[in-house]
Design a protein around this ligand. Sequence first.
Ligand code: NAD
Length: 252
Amino acid sequence: MTDKTAIITGAARGIGLATARLLSQRGWRVVLADIDADELQRVVLGWEDALAVTCDVSDPDQVQAMVARTVEWSGRLDALVNNAGVADFRPMGETDLATWRRIMAVNLDGVFLCSQAAIPHLARTGGAIVNIASISGLRASTLRVAYGTSKAAVIHLTRQQAAELGQQGIRANCVAPGPVDTKLALAVHSPVIRAAYHDSIPLNRYGEEGEIAQAIAFLCSDQASYVTGQVLAVDGGFEATGVGLPALRLGN
Ligand code: NAD
């Protein structure tokens, strides 16, 4: 057992919840931060060494309060997993400014704000930041002007963090998940998109929340003590393949 403490944002469900569960199984104290207060309370019921904090990651005051509450509860902070995110798929012409700003506020400002609030505490423990981007930040696609751009920015922000925070002993890395069956994906992946994904992913399936959590937990851990500034695509091989045309796969 260890008294190491991690904050996981967007932890009321999906990849964030799977990450909190895995870190908890490995002896970490976990702080689950999410905007969805009801769901948060439900998932932490009876969970020892877990703290639920309602927080909108795009609100600077709420973020400061969430990090302060964490340190009050645990006395330390060893890892920050910036996982909270929202998706919106629509053509550029239909992406109004309010939508663009909402996606950027949660997906990008949220990572910036949570990291900034956590850095003094992470510097004391030689801690780690793990940002959750997406394959949509690595490769451009239709319908994702806001989402894809926000995730590409998260990838670059990770490198900025690694460059600047190394001197303080803080590592910063990024996980870029491929498609995973969560509420987020179910909302934006139509049956046609789902079928197409299956054709362009070498492992030929969606990922599971727990598979993404394994990569995140590795990057939080001392096993990754010399890894910083990296982007790890956990995507069944999607990022590695350029011409994965369904026709080629069928041997035509
Ligand atoms: P999800 O919708 O199941 O979970 C996201 C969580 O974030 C929810 O609990 C939600 O309440 C919370 N949240 C949303 N806005 C918030 C805010 N402003 N402040 C705090 N919490 C907020 O989604 P998921 O699929 O588990 O996504 C987790 C991360 O993984 C996201 O950053 C997403 O972009 C990324 N991702 C997901 C997929 C996928 O296919 N599911 C693929 C690539 C990347």
